[in-house]
Design a protein around this ligand. Structure first.
Ligand code: SAH
Length: 357
């Protein structure tokens, strides 16, 4: 988008280079031109497709997971059901349909959504028109109640900073201008940057890249604190790693294809893989328990995805049977979303185990 390109050029002209995190924040969340502010990126005709858009089974499984944890919590009369980055509202719609008959569950829930996109808020309101939605702008303003929280492909959209090992030491990768074009550059070496680098990578070879998302840490910290204080659990589902890969995972996607990160600011989705090891440590420091991360395939199979597929097949047309089988494969197979996508649970120490793990 030319408008946003100019905003970024002007900013760099004034301030000098900007961090990758600042760049991501602008291209995704700029109030007028940000990627998540001006359109609907999801689905076959959009830029990418997510698990709930692949099959209704995904949201149903997550809904039943929530109801099961609610039972383990002793069926609190009042609780918050929270989704972070609900997209089109598809996951929540399927989750609520699957739990409609569970006595007391929906009667006791306050449905809270955290969503920055006006377009997607509209889509959510349409899909969830039978429910009262409370939009919250930040997690700190959640009602003081136990919470069941879901974040599917939310953390990958939060800004990261990038660091690169050079012969001088660790430097920061930043975005600057050359001949009016956006390019990556490296900051001068600064020993203080070592603070961001896990011990195991500090002495790595030149060319090694490490990414760190302070925004993700802040979200997980607030959520974990809430769970430690008021009870409940959260599921984080996303593509990511436990061992830092030592290479950049920052990527841009448009029309289901990988494109240049700096090419069309505001018109392409820019994300990074989620560092589950760091999220886990942040949670543990807030006195919650952490389960996983485990592969999405393993998690969904343990919840009974195959059984649900079998049920659906019984009344399906041949075309629908093909769709169900293909969705099952995409959601669980290691060559698809089964392993790269991981599931981690944050839970109140009062709970001992959770379904799926
Ligand atoms: N969970 C959905 C959508 C994933 S796309 C699904 O699985 O289909 C990422 C979602 O997070 C979108 O709804 C996007 O608008 C929202 N989002 C991204 N960054 C956000 C932020 N900083 N604050 C609130 N919502 C955000």
């Amino acid at each position: 988008m030319a408008g946003l390109g100019n905003v970024i050029r002007e900013l760099i002209g004034k301030r000098g280079s900007i961090s990758v995190a600042d760049y991501m924040d602008l291209v995704l969340q700029h109030p007028e031109h940000g990627y998540y502010r001006h359109g609907d990126p999801l689905g076959q005709t959009g830029d990418f497709i997510t698990a709930p858009e692949i099959s209704q089974m995904f949201g149903e499984m997550i809904g039943l997971w929530c109801a099961d944890v609610w039972r383990q919590m002793g069926k609190p009369e009042k609780f918050v059901l929270l989704e972070l980055g609900p997209g089109r509202g598809t996951l929540m719609q399927d989750a609520l349909r699957a739990t409609a008959k569970i006595t007391g569950f929906q009667q006791g829930m306050t449905l809270c959504l955290l969503e920055s996109s006006g377009h997607l808020r509209k889509a959510q309101q349409e899909k969830l028109s039978d429910y009262k939605i409370h939009y919250i702008d930040d997690l700190a303003s959640m009602p003081a109640l136990p919470v069941l929280a879901i974040a599917n492909e939310f953390f990958d959209a939060l800004p990261i900073r990038q660091f690169e090992k050079t012969f001088q030491g660790w430097c920061e990768r930043r975005v600057t201008l050359k001949d009016d074009e956006l390019i990556f550059t490296l900051s001068p070496h600064d020993a203080a940057l070592d603070m961001f680098i896990p011990q195991a990578l500090r002495e790595a070879n030149p060319g090694t890249v490490h990414e760190a998302s302070l925004a993700s840490l802040a979200v997980l910290k607030t959520l974990s604190r809430h769970i430690a204080q008021h009870g409940g659990a959260a599921l984080v589902i996303d593509y990511g790693y436990v061992e830092p890969p030592g290479a950049a995972t920052l990527q841009a996607v448009a029309g289901h294809k990988t494109v240049d990160v700096l090419s069309s600011p505001g018109d392409v989705d820019v994300t990074a893989h989620v560092d589950f090891a760091v999220l886990k440590n942040v949670g543990l420091a807030q006195n919650v328990s952490i389960l996983g991360p485990i592969g999405q395939g393993e998690f969904l199979r343990a919840l009974g995805l195959e059984l649900r597929a079998m049920q659906l097949r019984q009344t399906a047309t041949p075309q629908q049977v093909d769709d169900i089988n293909s969705a099952l494969h995409r959601l669980t197979d290691s060559s698809q979303m089964g392993t790269l996508f991981k599931v981690m649970a944050v839970m109140s120490p009062q709970l001992s185990e959770l379904p799926g793990f």
